[in-house]
Design a binder for this molecule. Structure first.
Ligand code: CP3
Length: 336
């Protein structure tokens, strides 16, 4: 079958037809094929076995005919070789969180070709089997720091904010090591065959615009500027109040959540970027008529902005009905 390069053409501003569609967290527990493999191996084992990671990456492509695949791994896998003990229960848990200057000093910058060789092997295998682009990804320095500092997800991220303001030297040391590790990791993914990379900044929205500019943006910019030879998509959730800062980034596309419309976002960003999004993943639990109604609004707005990649505004949820995913993908693929 001919290679489907719709995502690449869209990121290059060369698409006048329907938008490409892929879904954040498109491989996972909502699919019976995924649950079957997970009944035999742990999540981390799955991430560390290239043949299995490859099989899982292909599952949603085969089931729905999406326009792009995304590397199967987790944003937290690369922080293990920095020197923390990582577990999934299934939510991430770090037994030895990073809270002090001594903790930050102990962290290593990863050498992805060696420390994450299993991911590079997985990428090569995936690229050899796919006829759509493979998106590589990483967490953004701040979102990774959130897990490293709290040790797990959190409601108010108080430890992160305490460290940012009371232990600034330690916080910045950690962020610098994360930015260097993330840049090297994404560069290595590109070298091994990913034509597009996405950086997930899921927790950026917990801070004020002042703190975003001072403590988060410089490290995002450092990573974006370091990756060459691939399209860069930056996804920061709850970030529309940061757009005056974010619009200075040199990347191809921005991920947008459902708290702002695509046209509002395009306007605030001076039409500088292709926008990716932005359906609420909870809508996939509604009936097909409701899914159609909201998807059509997003498709219509997508025509009036610089460029559009159809996606959800955040990751697909574990109990999402598979037939609704199929309905959404078919709808977008038959639009014009
Ligand atoms: O998009 C894809 O299909 C690629 C795979 C992918 C996973 N996680 C697989 C996964 C990607 C891109 C991620 C990113 C990720 N991981 C983010 C950023 C995006 C987002 O959704 O906010 C974050 C914050 C994480 C951290 C993480 N990993 C959490 C909070 C959890 C547990 C929550 C949950 O879904 O239960 C994970 C585990 C995880 N990552 C699973 C999968 C398929 C479930 C593991 C299992 O099979 O038990």
């Amino acid at each position: 079958m001919a290679f489907n390069d719709l995502l690449i053409r869209t990121l290059e501003g060369q698409n006048s037809g329907r938008p490409p569609i892929w879904l954040m967290r498109q491989a996972g527990r909502y699919m019976a094929e995924y649950r079957e493999i997970r009944s035999r191996v742990s999540f981390l084992e799955l991430c560390k076995t290239p043949e299995l990671a490859c099989e899982v990456t292909l599952q949603p492509i085969e089931a729905f005919g999406l326009d792009s695949a995304i590397l199967f791994s987790d944003i937290l896998v690369p922080i293990e070789p920095m020197g923390v003990n990582l577990d999934f229960k299934p939510a991430p848990y770090i037994a030895d969180p990073v809270r002090t200057l001594a903790d930050a000093e102990r962290m290593k910058v990863v050498n992805p070709a060696e420390d994450l060789k299993f991911i590079m092997d997985a990428i090569k295998l995936m690229v050899s089997k796919l006829n759509v682009p493979l998106i590589g990804f990483s967490g953004a320095p701040f979102t990774l720091a959130c897990y490293m500092i709290e040790g797990e997800g959190s409601k108010n991220f108080l430890e992160v904010k305490k460290m940012m303001h009371n232990e600034e030297k330690a916080f910045r040391m950690l962020m610098e090591k994360l930015a260097e590790s993330t840049a090297a990791y994404l560069q290595e993914q590109v070298k091994n065959g990913c034509p597009v990379v996405q950086m997930f900044d899921t927790w950026a929205g917990i801070v004020s615009p002042y703190e975003y500019e001072e403590f988060i943006y410089p490290y995002v910019k450092q990573v974006v500027d370091s990756v060459e030879g691939a399209h860069f998509i930056y996804f920061a959730k709850d970030s529309s109040s940061f757009y005056p800062v974010i619009k200075q980034l040199n990347c191809s596309a921005l991920g947008v959540d459902w708290k702002i419309t695509l046209e509002q976002a395009d306007k605030a960003l001076d039409s500088k970027f292709t926008l990716q999004g932005n359906m609420d993943p909870a809508l996939l639990f509604a009936d097909k008529a409701t899914i159609t109604k909201y998807a059509e609004k997003i498709l219509a707005e997508g025509k009036n902005i610089k460029g559009h990649v159809f996606n959800l505004g955040h990751g697909i949820m574990p109990k999402t009905p598979v037939e609704n995913v199929k309905h959404l993908v078919d709808l977008v693929k038959s639009s014009d």
